[in-house]
Design a protein around this ligand. Structure first.
Ligand code: ADP
Ligand code: MG
Length: 431
């Protein structure tokens, strides 16, 4: 069965357009799987409203585009079913609802993500902490969405004891997780997208794909090369007053890239911005001038978590951590809380493309050309079919005289006079 909400789109717009025009004219239907040629994109929505895109630059002949599409959707659905706080029956929701302090069985994938999350908490001195769940809800960034009001100090104090990755324990065999405080809750939002990206990449690897890009809600993994050759090129988001621009392009291959920022998901009250990144120490949204953190690392799960952690740690500690772990980063800092002056800090080997014009982006001519050619082909076909009809029916071609009605030829005849179907107007004028 074809999954709903999924689309395949060939990146060869022109050829597909021509094929469709001709097939429509001929009364044939070419909308078959085999028409989707590389490179093509698979895209849709996952984990609620999050958009994803998988660009396939090539794939084995034995695996059809529909096979790939179904596999991608299956993998994403599986991660969502296990780790979403919005799915009441997910491993995470069941664990959060339970007040038991015994080990609770979970899927091996959930246990693996929780285990990695705890490792990253240790690496970041607790800046990354999946037990921030109660604070995420208190600050109205979780599933229990309500009308936002700034929590009082006593409200934040009341949840402080439940927060701390030290309250969490994981075992891989058999896979299970345990909380030492019955009110503790976990939130995998800052790591599950990256994990989902890695899982899709692993599935494509297993299917024999060698050149592809996977993107889920801005978190990316790249394999091999793009269709036109060379490393994959990815725009790095830069928050500006007018919104978000893609002013920098990074070139990567066989690496992941993840970005966290304070500009997409936040509350604004009396000119004060409250970001969705929570400082586990204070149980409040982070408050410093780092606007975004873009991390390049070998896997997307780690890159995703590090991006969030560095939004908590700030610029200097963030740059140090990246150096220590061998991660590349591009950090954007505001001059002041609401300043529009932005400064960028990159690790030494951050792979910025020196010419920021992505050569893969179609130029205006490239965008318009297919439309022109398509229109010309359709026009040509219509004229051809009219001519064929006229010849076979042995009928003169009729039509409007247009603005030529009163023009005379060398013999003094008007165009209407020689027209196969002169109008009354024409005849009267000529008489
Ligand atoms: P995005 O979803 O835009 O990629 P992040 O990856 O930074 O953003 O994830 C932010 C989400 O992670 C928040 O909405 C919250 O659910 C959770 N979160 C917030 N602060 C932390 C933190 N310090 N450690 C772990 N998870 C966090
Ligand atoms: Mg993220």
């Amino acid at each position: 069965m074809k999954p709903r909400n999924l689309y395949l789109q060939s990146r060869h717009g022109l050829s597909l357009f021509l094929i469709c025009s001709v097939s429509l004219f001929a009364g044939l239907t070419f909308a078959q799987e085999s028409d989707v040629t590389v490179p093509f994109d698979i895209f849709g929505k996952t984990m609620g409203p999050i958009a994803y895109k998988v660009s396939i630059a090539d794939h084995p002949e034995s695996v059809s585009p529909i096979d790939l599409q179904e596999r991608v959707s299956e993998v994403l659905e599986n991660v969502n079913q296990l780790m979403s706080t919005y799915q009441p029956d997910s491993d995470v929701s069941r664990f959060n609802r339970s007040s038991s302090t015994e080990f609770q069985a979970v899927d091996p994938k959930t246990a693996a993500v929780v285990a990695r999350a705890i490792e990253i908490s240790k690496l970041t001195d607790g800046a990354f902490d999946i037990t921030v769940g109660p604070a995420v809800n208190l600050w109205d960034f979780g599933p229990k969405n309500s009308n936002f009001e700034i929590p009082t100090v006593s409200q934040t104090d009341a949840i402080k004891d439940t927060i701390g990755y030290q309250n969490l324990e994981v075992q891989l065999d058999p896979p299970a997780i345990r909380k030492s405080i019955s009110d503790a809750e976990i939130d995998l939002s800052a790591i599950a997208k990256g994990y989902a990206v890695d899982q899709v990449a692993a599935a494509l690897d297993n299917l024999g794909c060698r050149n592809f890009l996977v993107e889920v809600g801005g978190e990316v993994f790249t394999r091999g090369q793009r269709f036109s050759g060379g490393k994959w090129r990815i725009g790095v988001e830069r928050p500006t007053d007018a919104g978000v621009s893609l002013s920098n392009i990074a070139e990567i291959s066989n690496q992941a890239m993840a970005t966290s920022g304070d500009y997409r998901n936040f509350h604004e009250v009396d000119g004060q911005r409250y970001s969705h990144t929570i400082d586990p120490q204070t149980c409040r949204p982070v408050k410093h001038t780092l606007a975004s953190a873009c991390i390049i690392f070998k896997d997307c799960m780690t890159a995703d978590a590090l991006a969030t952690a560095i939004m908590v740690m700030g610029r200097d500690r963030g740059l140090d951590l990246c150096k220590e772990l061998g991660a590349d980063c591009l950090l954007v800092e505001r001059e002041s809380d609401f300043g529009d002056q932005l400064t960028e800090y990159t690790s030494k080997s951050f792979p910025l493309l020196s010419d920021p014009t992505p050569s893969d982006a179609p130029t205006i001519v490239q965008q318009i050309l297919p439309v022109f050619i398509g229109a010309a082909v359709i026009f040509g076909l219509v004229i051809l079919s009219m001519s064929v009809g006229a010849i076979f029916a042995k009928k003169p071609i009729t039509g409007s005289c247009g603005g030529l009605a009163n023009q005379t030829n060398e013999d003094g005849e008007t165009t209407c006079g020689i027209c196969s179907k002169p109008t009354t107007d024409c005849v009267e004028k000529d008489a």
